[in-house]
Design a protein around this ligand. Structure first.
Ligand code: MG
Length: 170
C-alpha cells in the first residue's frame, strides 16, 4: 500500500514534470526567436524528456491503482531576458526538481514504502545527470559564448543532441 501522503506527492510530481516540459518549451522558443536553433533543439529534447518523466509518474500511479488528478499547469515563470539567464534558470529549476524528488523519497522511506523508493532511485540518478548537464552548458557558454564564432560553434554542437527514450520502463 502506498500511503496518502506519498500518493499526493506522486500526483503533484506529474504536474511538476509537465510544467518542466512547458518551461523548457518556452526556453526553446526563446532560442528559436534568437536564431539559435541548436540551443532550441537542446531544450526541445529536454522538454520531451520531461514529458517522459511525467508519464512515468502517471504510469506508476496507475500501476498501483492510485487515483490521479490532473491539475492546471502553471505559466512558465522564468523571465527570458538573456541567453545566460535562461541557462542559469534551467539549472535552478533542476535543483528545485531534485528537492521535490528528495521530498517524495523521504516520505516513501519513512513509510517503509520500498516499492516507491526503488521507483524513485532512477529519478535520483536522473536528477544528478540533469544538474550536471545544466552546469556543463553554463560552463561552455562562459568559455565559448562570449564571441559570435564561439556561440556559432556551441549552437552547432547543441544542434546535434538527439532524443532517446528514458532507460526506466515500468
Ligand atoms: Mg524531470
Amino acid at each position: 500500500m502506498i500511503n496518502e501522503k506519498v500518493a499526493k506527492l506522486l500526483n503533484t510530481q506529474i504536474n511538476k514534470e509537465f510544467y518542466s516540459a512547458y518551461l523548457y518549451l518556452s526556453f526553446a522558443n526563446y532560442f528559436e526567436d534568437r536564431g539559435l536553433d541548436g540551443f532550441a533543439n537542446w531544450y526541445n529534447i529536454q522538454a520531451q524528456e520531461e514529458r517522459d518523466h511525467a508519464m512515468l509518474f502517471l504510469q506508476y500511479m496507475q500501476n498501483n491503482d492510485l487515483s490521479v488528478t490532473f491539475d492546471a499547469i502553471d505559466k512558465p515563470s522564468v523571465a527570458l531576458d538573456s541567453d545566460m539567464g535562461v541557462l542559469k534558470a534551467g539549472l535552478e529549476h533542476e535543483r528545485y526538481v531534485t528537492a521535490l524528488i528528495n521530498t517524495i523519497y523521504k516520505a516513501a522511506a519513512e513509510d517503509n514504502d520500498y516499492r516507491t523508493v526503488q521507483f524513485l532511485d532512477w529519478f535520483v540518478k536522473e536528477q544528478g545527470e540533469e544538474e550536471t548537464n545544466a552546469t556543463d552548458l553554463i560552463k561552455k557558454m562562459e568559455v565559448f559564448g562570449s564571441d559570435a564564432k564561439g556561440l556559432y560553434m556551441l549552437n552547432q554542437e547543441l544542434g546535434g543532441r538527439t532524443y532517446s527514450a528514458p532507460s526506466l520502463t515500468l
